[in-house]
Design a protein around this ligand. Structure first.
Ligand code: FDP
Length: 331
């Protein structure tokens, strides 16, 4: 099989759009580079003492892992180079950081979650990095970040599992690239389509007593055998949104992080709109799936601040549609 590298793929896409400047190609290549650097560090982290807590906490008051801090720094360093990114905002930083004030360049704003699934760090479990790219808005006090997810022009994630993969979309289709020993990302799946219905669901069921009635009844329905097939949905929860989403992208199903009444901070769920929900929602839609808060399309959510959260139901269209019905009390 002829193998095509990420760079070749991006250059081909760029050539197909004569108006393209090449800056987005460069940016996606830089994000892939960050993924390689982080993956290299993760591969040896249980031997080198890199796991465990840093002495800092993030804006949510959550203790940061040393690798959260490391991965955030890797992104900042490599996004700054070349001046094509004006603003970077991350789950691990209190405020968005201005990387370039050169108005002739710096056309992009990048939101990212450097390490998703941090509780898996100490046990060599699946991890990820999530990113979403917007065009910079000139002279807007909030840097143009507080906009709907539909403003993203590209989004995706890196998965650190048995293999490191990068998955992204620029809106038309979704492609998966796998890192091989040569240090190159090679195309492993093109034009990925999410099945309209799946066989599994991912949710932290330990939180059930803090869910709304609609969420509780929905998950109960997933566990009830379908009269037509005699099968119920299987539970598949890895504590890594990226890990769970990657399965759902390819095999269908649904991931849920609903509103949770155990903690006022989780009244809108746990996941952050800009760093997690918007980017994955863009990938899901481009693959034919959906992402909903239960009441609204995730891509229509306009966050009130850079660290705003929203409930997330993401995956196959059939399951996400059904979730909305339960939340609305129609099922
Ligand atoms: P984490 O906080 O460990 O980074 O991004 C948030 C996230 O992980 C998701 O990756 C994961 O699905 C979820 O939170 C796990 O949260 P719970 O421990 O509450 O289940």
């Amino acid at each position: 099989m002829e193998q095509i590298t990420l760079t070749e793929f991006l250059l081909e896409q760029q050539r197909a759009h004569p108006e393209a400047t090449g800056e987005l190609t460069e940016l996606l290549n830089r994000i892939a580079l960050c993924g390689k650097i982080i993956a290299r560090r993760l591969r040896r982290s249980t031997l080198t003492g890199d796991t465990g807590y840093a002495k800092t906490s993030n804006v949510y008051g959550e203790r940061q892992e040393k690798l959260d801090v490391y991965a955030n720094d890797v992104f900042l360093r490599h996004l700054r180079y070349g001046g094509i990114v004006s603003i970077a905002a991350s789950e691990e930083m209190d405020q968005p950081e201005v990387l370039s004030t050169d108005r002739s360049k710096g056309h992009y704003a990048v939101c990212f979650d450097p390490i998703d699934g941090s509780s898996n760090l100490d046990v060599n479990g699946t991890l990820g990095t999530i990113f979403g790219v917007r065009r910079r808005k000139a002279a807007v006090h909030d840097h143009g970040l507080l906009t709907a997810g539909r403003e993203q022009i590209a989004a995706g994630y890196l998965l650190y599992g048995p293999a490191t993969e990068i998955v992204f979309t620029t809106g038309r289709n979704v492609a998966i690239f796998t890192l091989d020993d040569a240090g190159e990302f090679f195309l492993s799946k093109e034009n990925v389509k999410m099945p309209p219905r799946g066989k599994a669901y991912a949710v932290n069921e330990g939180n059930e007593s803090f869910w709304s009635e609609g969420t509780r009844r929905f998950v109960q329905a997933l566990k009830t055998p379908d009269p037509k097939t005699g099968r119920a949905h299987a539970t598949r929860y890895s504590a890594s949104l990226v890990g769970d989403f990657h399965r759902i992208l390819q095999q269908g199903g649904i991931y849920l992080y609903p509103e949770d009444s155990s903690d006022p901070k989780k009244a809108s769920g746990k996941l952050r709109v800009l760093y997690e929900c918007h980017p994955l929602a863009m990938v899901a839609e481009a693959a034919g799936g959906r992402a909903s808060t239960g009441r609204q399309e995730v891509l229509d959510v306009i966050p009130k601040d850079p660290h705003a959260r929203c409930p997330l139901a993401i995956g196959s269209k059939e399951e996400v549609d059904r979730y909305d019905q339960y939340v609305a009390g129609k099922a």
